[in-house]
Design a protein around this ligand. Sequence first.
Ligand code: RB5
Length: 153
Amino acid sequence: MKLAIGNDHVAIEMKNEIKAYLESKGIEVIDVGTNSPERFNYPISGYKVAKLVAGGEVDGGVLICGTGVGISLSANKVHGIRACVCSEPYTARLSKQHNNTNIIAFGTRVIGVETAKMIVDEWLAAEYEGGRHQTRIDMLAEIETTQHLKAAE
Ligand code: RB5
């Protein structure tokens, strides 16, 4: 398995811990940065990870900023991305099972590193259930590509 990871300047320490944790499980990790403590605009790393995921170059992505909000919003602007910000493992698991998330995000100012590891573990272990959920995923894609939703007419 190969994942991409990205962060802003406030989340370097947590990024390094999560990256090492993933690598200790035998997962290959592409780190798009930032690795500098200089102020850094989170859309850059959100975009980079999203492009790697949307392009099929990695199996999924992990994004970390202060809250996880800005960086996940950035990733969700890329077509085909379903990024979810989580503060606990239950949402992480369900986000994969029901929403087929391809990026998980969290905030270093919100949760500790042990909770972040649990979130990543649940997300990686979960499998998309398809079935009725695919109808909704298809609707998300319809909104994304056409800015319209036939079912809402
Ligand atoms: C940086 O101060 C902070 O705004 C950023 O890390 C993140 O929380 C944005 O959503």
